[in-house]
Design a protein. Structure first.
Length: 265
């Protein structure tokens, strides 16, 4: 039995899944960071997970289209709710995002309280099952992400508040079912944080570089040390962020973002 071939047959689809997530989350993460709504993906992901839990509790097939529809529907409701709250109470939007997250998580825990597989379901939602994806299952997601990216780069300035939240909710709904809530958050925010240390024209490239490095290292570490893959990738993404911070300190000043205080003076 060729162990290396078996590992590659698992790791390659997992790597491709990670690259799909990064393709949308790196540019959207920079927008999220700029808007100051850092925890929006956690909130939307948790609401989408609540939709999946409700559908499952009603006896729907976990792989069926009804569960997907429930996840997307719940995420869209959450997105539209956050659009409304941002218009009504923009000064406390981040706090309201946190309230939505904890409310969705608590309702989900109540629904799973008497489910013998509730703990396993919750773990899958949080840390994901990236090693269980297959290339055929990634094809429709890749097609959706391609459309999302075309909309993002082609019409971002015309999306408006509602358009941004809706597109973001649909993307996060797909991502959380691929890699879990923790990795969705890390993929969105960690590359964006690293990229902010560089001039605007380099930020997208730095973000993608940090993301790809984190995923590759995480998959390798997980495979060699038999560690949970999602958690390993989160840690290596943070390590890649630290590396980017070090690089930003030694590159020419023309490539570094100027500190806000310096810019103000």
């Amino acid at each position: 039995m060729n162990t290396g071939a078996i590992e590659l047959s698992i790791l390659i689809p997992a790597f491709l899944a990670g690259m799909l997530v990064l393709s949308t989350h790196v540019p959207m993460g920079q927008q999220v960071l700029g808007r100051g709504i850092v925890f929006i993906d956690l909130s939307i992901a948790q609401v989408a997970g609540l939709g999946v839990t409700i559908a499952g509790a009603s006896g729907q097939d976990p792989k069926g289209w009804t569960v997907q529809a429930a996840a997307c529907g719940a995420a869209l409701i959450g997105a539209l709710l956050l659009t409304w709250t941002e218009k009504k109470w923009p000064e406390v939007q981040e706090a309201l995002i946190g309230v939505l997250f904890v409310a969705a998580a608590s309702v989900e825990l109540l629904l799973l309280a008497n489910n013998p597989h509730g703990g396993e379901h919750l773990k899958d939602l949080l840390v994901g099952q990236i090693l269980w994806v297959t290339i055929p299952s990634l094809l429709p997601i890749a097609a959706f992400y391609a459309v999302a990216l075309a909309i993002w780069f082609g019409f971002r300035d015309r999306l408006g508040q509602v358009g941004f939240y809706v597109l973001f909710a649909l993307v996060v709904t797909q991502s959380v079912q691929l890699v879990g809530v923790y990795l969705v958050f890390a993929s969105l925010i960690v590359p964006a944080l690293a990229a902010r240390r560089f001039v605007p024209r380099l930020r997208l490239w730095v973000g993608y570089g940090v993301g790809v490095t984190g995923y590759v290292l995480g998959l390798i570490v997980s495979s060699l040390m038999d560690l949970p893959t999602g958690a390993a990738i989160v840690v290596t993404l943070i390590a890649a962020f630290v590396g980017a911070v070090i690089v930003s300190a030694v590159v020419p000043r023309t490539l570094r973002a100027q500190p806000l205080l310096a810019a103000a003076h």
